[in-house]
Design a protein around this ligand. Structure first.
Ligand SMILES: C[S@@+](CC[C@H](N)C(=O)[O-])C[C@H]1O[C@@H](n2cnc3c(N)ncnc32)[C@H](O)[C@@H]1O
Length: 301
């Protein structure tokens, strides 16, 4: 079955991709390498990040509220640097050289700022109290919602992305820009790998007060993994804020389908907090435990 990916970027540029066609057209050597990449859980430290971008590298700024602005390196500019500096080992370069935003299970689109990431950051900047909270951003890419949480007084922010290169080349440099500001007192950690591994491998003693995630429900095959991370990692009084499109045409996922899935599991109550009207509407969903009379959940159902 063809795997299509049809997103609209923040620039409202339509992107319609058929990954099977892309892989069919790719040289045989490239296809083999794409299939071989392993996506184990791994902690990435700030020391692992060797990116040393020119001081004048293009930066994009996002004004979330009157007082909160997040800046982040321009993804296209970073892509150009990676193309020059990296050999065939770069999964991001491999994906972009196939003119692809996404290669399933290899590169899941982290080196782009997707519009629901901005929606989510704008929403939580106004409506959520992060003071002294422990935060996880799942599928962070640029990390704008997580960086927003840092600016809003979070005590701890953990950034997670499928792809370690995205964390090293994009997320960490974006956070590093911010750490020059002495007012931000927040401990950050970074984890790569598939969501299926996160809960078993993370060494947390405390569960997360808030889990943030944007543009991560396009693939219904991942819904059980997300449910399991929420179940095992969200504090019993915690909240998940999830931003996504109502439909990801050609892929099958979307807010309605995800809500049905979560309702079927019966553990979380789902509420749509905001709808952004557009050609493809975008929504912010809040999930809370239905039963708060529980200890941290460990079983997967
Ligand atoms: C479309 S990008 C969205 C990036 C960012 N949240 C934004 O809105 O700009 C999807 C993100 O989810 C992550 N992701 C997708 N599937 C994943 C999986 N199975 N395990 C871990 N991360 C995954 C990718 O690495 C990628 O960063």
């Amino acid at each position: 079955m063809a795997f299509c990916f049809n997103f609209t970027t923040k620039d409202s540029e339509e992107k319609s991709l058929n990954i099977d066609d892309i892989l069919l057209e790719a040289p045989v050597s490239k296809k083999k390498k794409i299939e071989q990449v392993v996506t184990d859980f791994k902690e990435i430290t700030v020391e692992d990040c060797k990116a040393d971008y020119p001081y004048d590298l293009e930066v994009n700024t996002y004004q979330l509220t009157d007082s909160i602005t997040v800046s982040c390196y321009d993804a296209g500019a970073i892509e150009e640097i990676l193309k020059k500096d990296k050999d065939d080992s770069s999964s991001v370069v491999k994906a972009t050289s196939c003119h692809s935003d996404l290669v399933p299970n290899v590169y899941e689109g982290g080196l782009t700022v997707w519009e629901c990431g901005i929606d989510l950051a704008s929403y939580v900047a106004k409506d959520v109290d992060f003071t002294d909270k422990m935060i996880l951003e799942l599928g962070c890419g640029a990390g704008i919602p997580g960086i927003c949480a840092m600016l809003c007084g979070a005590k701890v922010v953990h950034f997670q992305d499928y792809n370690e290169e995205v964390l090293k080349e994009y997320t960490i440099p974006n956070v590093k820009q911010l750490n020059t500001d002495d007012d931000v007192k927040c401990t950050c950690r970074y984890f790569s790998g598939d969501w299926s591994q996160f809960s078993d491998k993370i060494d947390n003693e405390q569960s997360y007060d808030i889990i943030l995630t944007a543009e991560t429900i396009y693939n219904p095959d991942n819904y059980q993994k997300l449910h399991d991370v929420f179940t095992s990692q969200l504090d019993k009084h915690g909240t998940v804020y999830l931003a996504a499109k109502s439909n990801y045409f050609g892929v099958g996922g979307g807010i309605g389908l995800f809500e049905d899935f979560m309702n079927g599991k019966g553990k979380f109550s789902c509420k749509i907090c905001k709808t952004i009207e557009a050609g493809v509407p975008r929504e912010i969903m809040q999930l809370k435990w239905k039963n708060t009379n529980i200890d941290k959940q460990t079983e997967k159902t």
